[in-house]
Write a protein of this length. Structure first.
Length: 128
């Protein structure tokens, strides 16, 4: 697979996951808490406020690559992308826009963690 095809596939996977979550996709995806207008401001200190934007995108992308909806839900909760009623917060839309660009700018990272098991291990090691 050439580089352009790989990047396009990564973006498609990310967008598919984002659109599934926004529409309520799966029963456990998109169950989060949070509230204000930015990712950093919606996350409680104990759940990810200290994370850099880059780390948030890495965690989210790895969760998407894991294919594990429970992990995706945990990451979304940690990042404050959905409220308690499974509705996207204002932070969700901004994060979605930023994540599209992040994926385009970090194809090497995404390629390294595109393996489901490696992605799952990354998420598990960063959720604690």
């Amino acid at each position: 697979m050439n580089r352009k095809s790989f990047i396009a596939a990564l973006i498609a996977l990310s967008l598919l996951g984002l659109s599934c979550n926004k529409s309520g996709g799966n029963s456990s995806a998109g169950n989060s808490t949070g509230g204000n207008s930015s990712v950093a401001n919606t996350t409680p200190k104990s759940s990810g406020a200290a994370m850099s934007d880059d780390d948030k995108h890495k965690l989210y992308q790895a969760a998407m690559f894991s294919g594990d909806l429970k992990l995706v839900t945990q990451v979304e909760q940690k990042l404050g992308l959905f409220d308690a009623n499974k509705k996207p917060t204002p932070a969700h839309d901004q994060f979605k826009k930023e994540h599209k660009e992040w994926v385009k700018q970090h194809p090497e990272w995404a390629k390294e963690f595109s393996d489901r098991e490696k992605a799952k291990a990354y998420v598990n090691s960063h959720l604690s």
